[in-house]
Design a protein around this ligand. Structure first.
Ligand code: BF8
Ligand code: SF4
Length: 627
């Protein structure tokens, strides 16, 4: 199953990706790219959003050429079916982020109750700040008591009977008025998702416009609810990220050390592993086994969480998760949930790697399940690190390829608090730089990898073009890893930016592409945008901002894109979403919605063209502001 050189080139722009695609092929592994090829041609009805299996009178499909059936068995037409499918994608994405947030709130509560040994409140300041937003006074309370009260209030947000989510107090007045007018002010987080599942049941909401409006409301309950809770509680428990230097790509895996990879999304497990990996007894055991140390490395968003707060190096992003195993150097991979390909366990059987799943709600084939609960996580983490250390001597020499490439240097840790600190204590210098034109605007380049798009090409190309045009890029998720690997996240990368941005970055000693975290941390970008709009007394949609997800694959990305647009941010998607079966819906989302929200979507797979769209958008916004 050897791959031709140009096939490999077509799959990824990364050096370690190419090296280990070849290695994986030599080892006879089937990767995500092979499985994608095997699936082609993919179902055209599904690509267009025109298939429905919401009930057992179906499955149904609509003929896009107008010759075959134009209605499902129930009578649903193309518009209804496309809208329902999109609605369910949003619901799934919103549910994923929000359920992740709920898990963190549970830990917060248990820390307060003294039932989560090993965890602590690392940021009492943020605890107080967020508690105040929920109307909870810190007076006369220990941080633990305050944590319990805040956790109860946050748990209540998931099913709240209030008319709006608490965090909407961060949203500019003008934006809240837009939502009120459209009837999309988000209420209880679970309620919006549950209502979406209800509306999309056969025979409920059969108006495509009202389905889409509820989709926006559902997404807003993620962005200003579940995801924001996840980010804020992570900061309270694990600390507010501060600028930190680290390294990225498969070169971070060490031949002479015990390598433990942490993959998934939730920092609850990985933070305990981080502690355990520093245990002197386990380090001594590693040394006894002939290892020079215990090396942690991250993948995907669990990796981003650890990178942001602890400077743990990053092995790679979504499409690198299988290839990381093919090094033969991974002594243990620990996964929590989301974006963990079910293929991983089987791939690991080719090597000595121990695969461990940790969440009660996420099990995988060929993985050993060790459930983490706050009460016992500390002890469990030590047990697992010990197993990883013991596994070091079981490596299979013939299957090892130590990555020949050096890791790339990078900086991460740009929380809103860290950005404000880098600016000297307030956002004013950023606003001044935007006003003067040195910085033309800011764009969030976020999201996944997808084998439909050459790995990392979409992210890196778009971001290079944007910074060349003096546009500051902030990023999260797998996009951030792509940029880091391309060397865009070191202060010296300012040399690749236009003259204005270059000057600003050099003065502040920051890269032109700022790592703001994991995918739930997209709310940090939203928060910053809202704070800027509030300072200027305007709406988010008036600012020279945009967002892009050049290689998105996940339902979570659909929810993120929808809350970005609903919050007033023009958003460009690289991979086409399954909406093209309904010209009316395409027109609404890419054109007409602008009149309602001051922002819209665009779909543009070519990152060069996407860059042009965004640069033009930012110029228009600047002009409207008189800049
Ligand atoms: O939440 S960017 S592939 S890892 S979904 Fe997944 Fe996409 Fe990566 Fe993080 Ni986000
Ligand atoms: Fe077919 Fe309607 Fe059932 Fe969907 S809900 S499967 S379109 S009958």
């Amino acid at each position: 199953m050897l791959l031709r050189k140009d096939d490999i080139q077509a799959r990824t722009i990364t050096e370690d990706g190419r090296i280990f695609l070849e290695k994986a092929a030599r080892d006879g592994l089937e990767t995500v790219w092979d499985r994608y090829e095997a699936q082609r041609p993919q179902c055209g009805f599904c690509e267009l959003g025109l298939s429905c299996r919401n009930c057992s009178m179906g499955p149904c499909r609509i003929d896009p050429f107008g010759e075959g059936p134009q209605r499902g068995v129930c009578g649903a037409d193309a518009d209804i079916i496309v809208a329902r499918n999109l609605g369910r994608m949003i619901a799934a994405g919103s549910a994923s982020h929000s359920d992740h947030g709920r898990d963190l709130v549970e830990v917060l509560r248990k820390v307060g109750e003294g039932r989560a040994p090993g965890y602590a409140i690392r940021s009492p300041e943020k605890l107080k700040k967020v508690a105040a937003e929920f109307g909870i006074s810190p007076d006369g309370k220990t941080p633990e008591a305050l944590a319990v009260e805040l956790a109860h209030a946050m748990e209540e947000e998931f099913g709240t009977r209030k008319k709006a989510l608490t965090f909407l107090n961060r949203v500019p007045e003008k934006r809240r008025a837009v939502w009120e007018k459209l009837g999309i002010t988000p209420r209880g987080i679970d309620r919006e998702t549950s209502e979406m599942m209800h509306r999309t049941h056969m025979g409920v909401d059969n108006d495509w416009q009202s389905l889409l409006l509820h989709g926006l409301r559902n997404a807003l309950s993620d962005g200003w609810g579940g995801s924001l809770i996840a980010t804020e509680v992570s900061d309270i428990l694990f600390g507010i990220p501060q600028p930190v230097s680290s390294e990225v790509n498969l070169g971070v895996l060490k031949h002479d050390q015990v390598n433990i990879i942490l993959h998934g999304h939730n920092p609850i497990v990985s933070e305990m592993i981080f502690e355990a990996a520093q245990d002197p007894e386990l380090l001594a055991l590693a040394s006894h086994k002939g290892a020079a140390g215990i090396n942690l490395a991250g993948l995907c968003c669990t990796g981003n969480e650890l990178l942001m707060r602890r400077g743990i190096p990053m092995a790679g992003n979504h499409l690198m998760t299988e290839l990381a195993l093919s090094t033969g150097l991974v002594d243990m991979m620990l996964v929590d949930y989301q974006c963990i390909m079910p293929a991983l366990g089987e791939i690991a059987t080719c090597y000595h790697t121990l695969m461990v799943s940790t969440s009660d709600k996420a099990k995988y084939p060929h993985m050993v399940h060790h459930e983490f609960h706050p009460e016992t996580a500390q002890q469990k983490a030590r047990e697992l690190v010990r197993q990883a250390v013991e596994n070091f001597t079981r490596r299979i020499p013939a299957k090892i390829l130590t990555p020949p490439n050096a890791p790339t240097k990078m900086m991460a840790g740009f929380s809103v608090e860290a950005i404000v600190a880098a600016l000297g204590g307030s956002a004013t210098p950023l606003i001044d730089a935007i006003k003067s034109g040195a910085v033309q605007g800011a764009v969030g380049v976020v999201g996944c990898n997808n084998p439909k798009i050459r790995h990392d090409y979409g992210h890196v190309t778009l971001t290079q073009r944007l910074i060349q045009n003096d546009i500051l890029v902030v990023d999260t998720g797998c996009a951030a890893v792509a940029h880091a690997k391309a060397g865009l996240k070191v202060p010296e990368a300012a040399g690749q930016a236009g003259p204005g941005l270059q000057k600003v970055c050099t003065a502040l000693g920051i890269p032109p592409v700022l790592h703001m975290g994991s995918c739930v941390d997209n709310v940090r970008i939203l928060d910053l945008a809202a704070a800027l709009a509030k300072t200027l007394g305007t709406d988010i949609s008036d600012l020279p901002l945009a967002a892009a997800a050049p290689e998105w694959y996940s339902e979570k990305a659909v929810s993120i894109a929808c809350y970005a647009v609903a919050s007033g941010v023009f958003t460009v998607l690289g991979t086409p979403p399954p909406i093209f079966g309904s010209p009316k819906i395409v027109k609404l989302l890419t054109e007409d919605i602008h009149g309602l929200l001051g922002a819209s979507f665009a779909v543009e797979p070519d990152p060069e063209k996407a860059a042009t769209l965004i640069v033009e958008h930012i110029r228009r916004k600047r002009k409207a502001l008189g800049l």
